[in-house]
Design a protein around this ligand. Structure first.
Ligand code: TYM
Length: 347
């Protein structure tokens, strides 16, 4: 076994599982982000070493207003903490504060193929119909692979729209491990059963998304009680009038049931039983209550944290901790690829 391989195996045995995930600071977070990803962040932090990143370098793959971006970085950090990510247990930091992400991104770009990047469905969706497309949008998944591999990550909690990106990350890691030297831990994605794909309220065939122009297509985590009510009461269902889980035939009602189930803890079966013989009106009215009750404490805590010094301290501490892990990985990567000045004279 190569010396490097031994080291990797040894550290994997010694440590708890390493969890890494990231969210773009590009506008207000919605229920899809929360139920698909961020809720898992909180659940995982007691039994694992968790690192949660605000991926500002990913955000600039599309044009951003610099002042707004800085605000959104702090908004997202405060939201992480408001939903329960605890800086005592997890590392919270901003991607651009750790140079290793961009460094490793470049190295991995040299180990990936343009063909596999052009095949990414998110690239196709974001670039479709545009005359010119930024290079950053194409190499986006390589930077995401760098984020993950930089921390020897075992588990990546994300929504199901990120499955293809995780697969690519695994492919790149395996490629480097097999063709040059065992360097990277190969990670696994972790997807929630019910929250992995929350759909738009106005069109349950599309995923809930930050970029949808109709404000009632999503519920933002910071929406007030009235907006929550309006968006849910307007949501698209079907004409059957029966609260039944059937994502193919009844995507609208099934999506609402998913949201109800994850936020209230009630199973889908028991929701069907609770609303047997009742119409969508009663169900939607109760769902309004469930969502308002879940979001109120998050919003209260967010308002306490967002303008506090604690927020900046958390991000500075987080970057320091993340950097010390990242620097170790980058030494290993430079060694694998033969980059930089060697420790001693070589012939
Ligand atoms: P982003 O910022 O688009 O979304 C953040 C997280 O929310 C999930 N998500 C959803 N889950 C369920 N239903 C939805 N409608 C929905 N919409 C979004 C996403 O799957 C994601 O988990 N590429 C990532 C950010 C990233 C990252 C990483 C993630 C960059 N580097 C490294 C993990 C590891 C993204 O654009 O997420």
């Amino acid at each position: 076994m190569a010396e490097n391989e031994e080291k990797l195996t040894e550290t994997r045995h010694e440590r708890r599982k390493r969890v890494f995930s990231g969210v773009q600071p590009s506008g207000s977070l919605h229920l899809g982000n929360y139920l698909g990803a961020i809720k898992q962040f909180v659940d995982l932090q007691n039994d694992n070493d968790c690192i949660y990143c605000i991926v500002d370098e990913h955000a600039i793959t599309v044009p951003q207003d610099p002042k707004e971006l800085r605000k959104h970085i702090l908004d997202l950090a405060a939201l992480y903490m408001a939903v329960g990510v605890d800086p005592e247990k997890s590392i919270i930091f901003v991607q651009s504060e750790v140079p290793g992400h961009a460094q490793l991104g470049w190295v991995l770009a040299c180990s990936s193929y343009t063909g596999e990047l052009f095949r990414m469905t998110q690239f196709k969706a974001k670039s479709g119909g545009k005359e010119s497309v930024g290079t950053g949008l194409l190499v986006y998944p390589v930077l995401m692979a760098a984020d993950i591999l930089l921390y020897d990550t075992d588990i990546v909690p994300v929504g199901s729209d990120q499955k293809q990106h995780i697969e690519l990350c695994r492919d790149i890691a395996i490629r480097v491990n097999n063709t040059i030297k065992k360097t990277f831990v190969v990670p696994d994605g972790r997807f929630m059963k019910e929250g992995a794909r929350i759909m738009a309220l106005d069109d349950p065939t599309q995923k809930m998304s930050k970029s949808n122009k109709n404000i009632h297509s999503s519920i933002a985590l910071l929406d007030d009680a009235n907006k929550i009510k309006k968006s849910i009461m307007k949501s698209v269902t079907d004409s059957e009038g029966i609260v039944r889980f059937d994502p193919d035939e009844k995507p609208g009602v099934s999506n609402l049931m998913n949201i109800y189930s994850v936020l209230s803890g009630e199973s889908l079966d028991s929701i069907e039983e609770m609303y047997a013989g009742k119409g969508y009106g009663d169900f939607k009215k109760d769902l309004v209550g469930v969502v308002q009750k879940a979001l109120a404490p998050i919003q209260e805590r967010y308002n306490e944290i967002r303008y506090s010094e604690e927020l900046l301290t958390t991000l500075h501490d987080g970057a320091e901790k993340a950097n010390s892990i990242a620097e170790r990985t980058m030494k290993r990567v430079y060694d694998t690829f033969g980059l930089g000045v060697p420790a001693k004279i070589v012939r």
